[in-house]
Design a protein around this ligand. Sequence first.
Ligand code: NAD
Length: 335
Amino acid sequence: MRVGVNGYGTIGRRVADAVRLQPDMELVGVVKVTPDYKARQAIARGIGLYCTDGQACEKFERAGIKTVGTLDDLLEKVDVIVDCTPGDVGKTYRERYGKFGVKAIFQGGEEADVAETSFVAQCNYEAAIGRKSVRVVSCNTTALCRVLNALDSAYGVERARVVIARRTSDPEETSKGLVDAVVLDPVEIPSHHAEDVKTVLPHIDITTMAMKIPTTHMHVHAVNVTLRNSPSTTSVRELLTNTTRVKTVTKADGFKSTANLFEYGRELGRPRGDIYEAVVWADSVSVSRNDAYFFMAVHQEAIVVPENIDAIRAVFGEVSAEASIKKTNKTLGIA
Ligand code: NAD
């Protein structure tokens, strides 16, 4: 599978690196708008660097950065393009990808109708098989779908209520600043995350409320799920521990905050300290009658990376969900 990546920012750089680790994929190149240090680094690492169009190419030339061609040149050479441009920009490229007969993977910043289906590998891999376009849902939605799908399969989910404390911005986005406030985002309830979960798990009854907090690393979810059965706390804890791409951590091991997780990510030795798993505090898991509660953290920059790799395999319909997830997990070091 010959893969291109359009947009080489927070998600694009990670997806490009992950593609390079797959034995059944080839990264043909990445597309950038701005001739900066990230462009130079891409070249230094042997990645084919393309610019969006002729005008952008001139900027690269003036900066002394050699590009291989334009986005259109890349589209001539690939089977699939992973669109990692900012939210709502991806849709402006949809027609162009189609014109070149290239399959497209979009990100969660796009509306659901940008693609034929929304996607979380362990929930609805089959829905993406053979599609021309797929949308990998946002970081928060991905985490919610992973845990809700596991709980639903094991006990049945009657209703989910989730409060999401969102990081203000990614670490690099200094222009957004750090605010001395908690910003309700949005003020209205439910937040868009509930509808987004339903694009993958349409039968789940869920309400979400979200606010922004002054941090740049990770989101935290306070989750309450009413189940159809009344499992024990131990049973739910074990279920989440054994769910792929969900990791449980304990207070006894020193995990009390997202700061510990951030440090842990760096200790893991993965690129950029990435944590691909939704992280659940095992000690927080508690069940009262048929209500389950827990806290979960989401590394926003990393969690969708394995999903993008599985989405690429799914659109080519070459392997099963289980085989793809296993392959991706192995290459990214997910236990
Ligand atoms: P980003 O701003 O870090 O990167 C976007 C890249 O696209 C930048 O390199 C930018 O220069 C480039 N770009 C801008 N306009 C372009 C254009 N017209 N054509 C081609 N490239 C262009 O953004 P990101 O955080 O990587 O987000 C990408 C997508 O992933 C969005 O849909 C976002 O909602 C989604 N997403 C982001 C996160 C996150 O936490 N950062 C998590 C999950 C999903």
